[in-house]
Design a protein around this ligand. Structure first.
Ligand code: ATP
Length: 351
C-alpha cells in the first residue's frame, strides 16, 4: 500500500529547527504537491520521507511501517531528482536497470521492465545512448524511467522540471500527469512553482517557514485561501490586496482616504483588514472602483492591464481584448463572491 503518514515531524540542523511539526496523511494513489517559497522546508521534508535526512522528532509511516529507522533502499520508494543524477558512463538501458541489478533481479526481468518503461516514456530509440547524447527532456524521462522500473509504492519528485526550458516544462508536466493517471502510484512532488503544483496534484500542501499553511484541492486553495500568504502564493498573476478600515460594513477606506464600495460586507465584521481581488475577477464597468490605466498588455486570448488605484499598482486581467489605452480612467467591478477578506497584515514577500 502506498499510503504515507507524516506525524508531527520536526527537523533541526544543529540547533536550527527548519520544520516545526508537520502532519499530513497521504492516500494510496494520491498525487500530493508540496509547494512554498525557497527555504520553507519542502525539500527537507521530501528527503526525510526518502530516508536521506534523519527525523529529529515525529514519525513517518509508509504503508503500515514506521520508517524512521528504515534505510532508503528498503522504503519501497523511488526518487527523481532535479539534476536527474544519471550515471554519465552508462547508457540509458543500464541507467534504468541499475537499481534492479543491484537487487539481483534476473537479467530477463530487468530487460522486460526496462523495455516496458522505455515504451511508456517513448525512450525505446534511445536505449543505447549515453546521457550526454540526450536532450534535457530526454534525460528527465530517463530519470523517470529509472524510478518506474523499480515499481515502487511511492514516487518522490524533487523539482524534476526546474532545469528545463519553459516550453519543455509544460510538456513534461502533462507527461507526468499522464503517467500518474496510468500507473496510479502515490506521488509526492516538491516544487516552488504553484502552477505546477495546481495542475498536477490532487491535493496541494502550501508550506511557509517550516509549517503547513493550508492543505487542499487546487481549486479549494484558489477559491478559499485560508490566509493572506496562501492567497498571495496561489494564483497568477497574484491577487491584488488593499489594506484599510471598514468605515461601515460596505465602505472600505484606504490609507490615502480613497473609499471603495464593497459588494458584500466582511463576514467577520472586522474594523481594520485587508481585502483581496484576483486580477481575473475584476470587470470593467461604468461605475466602480476608480483607477487609471498605466500599461495594456494583450496576448490575444486575454489582456493584462496594469493600473493605478489610490497610489498603488494593481493588475486586472480581462478575457479577450479591450480598447482601453494608457492614461484612461476605468472603473472596476467585482462580484460579491469573488472578494476575499483577511486580517490586516503586510502582504508577505514571496520568493
Ligand atoms: P528550495 O526551494 O530553495 O530548495 P526548500 O523549501 O526546499 O527550498 P529546504 O531545502 O528544505 O527548503 O531548506 C529548509 C531550510 O533548512 C533552509 O533554511 C536551509 O538553509 C536549511 N537547510 C537545509 N539543509 C540543510 C543542511 N544540511 N544543514 C543546515 N541547514 C540546512
Amino acid at each position: 500500500m502506498g499510503t504515507v503518514q507524516i506525524r508531527d515531524v520536526r527537523k533541526s540542523f544543529g540547533t536550527f529547527e527548519v520544520l516545526h511539526g508537520v502532519s499530513i496523511d497521504i492516500e494510496d494513489g494520491e498525487f500530493v504537491a508540496l509547494v512554498g517559497p525557497s527555504g520553507c522546508g519542502k525539500s527537507t521534508l521530501l528527503r526525510m520521507i526518502a530516508g536521506l535526512e534523519d527525523i529529529t522528532a515525529g514519525e513517518i509511516v509508509i504503508g503500515d511501517r514506521v520508517v524512521n529507522d528504515v534505510a532508503p533502499k528498503d522504503r519501497d520508494i523511488a526518487m527523481v531528482f532535479q539534476n536527474y543524477a544519471l550515471y554519465p558512463h552508462k547508457n540509458v538501458r543500464d541507467n534504468m536497470g541499475f537499481a534492479l541489478r543491484q537487487r539481483r533481479v534476473s537479467k530477463r526481468e530487468i530487460t522486460e521492465r526496462v523495455e516496458e518503461a522505455a515504451r511508456i516514456l517513448g525512450l525505446e530509440p534511445l536505449l543505447d545512448r549515453k546521457p550526454r547524447q540526450l536532450s534535457g527532456g530526454q534525460r528527465q524521462r530517463v530519470a523517470m524511467g529509472r524510478a518506474i522500473v523499480r515499481n515502487p509504492n511511492v514516487f518522490l519528485f524533487d523539482e524534476p522540471l526546474s532545469n528545463l526550458d519553459a516550453k519543455l516544462r509544460v510538456q513534461m508536466r502533462s507527461e507526468i500527469k499522464e503517467l500518474h493517471q496510468r500507473l496510479k502510484t502515490t506521488t509526492i512532488y516538491v516544487t516552488h512553482d504553484q502552477i505546477e503544483a495546481m495542475t498536477l496534484a490532487d491535493r496541494v500542501v502550501v508550506m511557509n517557514g517550516g509549517v503547513i499553511e493550508q492543505v487542499g484541492a487546487p481549486l479549494d486553495l484558489y477559491d478559499r485561501p485560508a490566509s493572506l500568504f496562501v492567497a498571495a502564493f496561489i494564483g497568477s498573476p497574484p491577487m491584488n490586496f488593499f489594506e484599510g478600515d471598514f468605515v461601515d460594513p460596505t465602505t472600505f477606506a484606504l490609507a490615502d482616504g480613497t473609499r471603495l464600495k464593497l459588494p458584500v460586507p466582511d463576514p467577520k465584521g472586522r474594523r481594520h483588514g485587508t481585502i483581496g481581488v484576483r486580477p481575473e475577477h475584476f470587470t470593467l464597468e461604468q461605475s466602480g472602483w476608480p483607477a487609471t490605466v498605466s500599461v495594456v498588455e494583450p496576448t490575444g486570448s486575454e489582456t493584462q492591464i496594469t493600473a493605478r488605484l489610490a497610489g498603488r499598482s494593481i493588475r486586472v486581467l480581462i478575457r479577450g481584448r479591450t480598447a482601453t489605452r494608457p492614461g484612461e480612467a476605468i472603473h472596476l467591478g467585482v462580484e460579491p463572491e469573488l472578494i476575499h477578506f483577511f486580517d490586516a497584515a503586510p502582504v508577505p514577500a514571496l520568493a
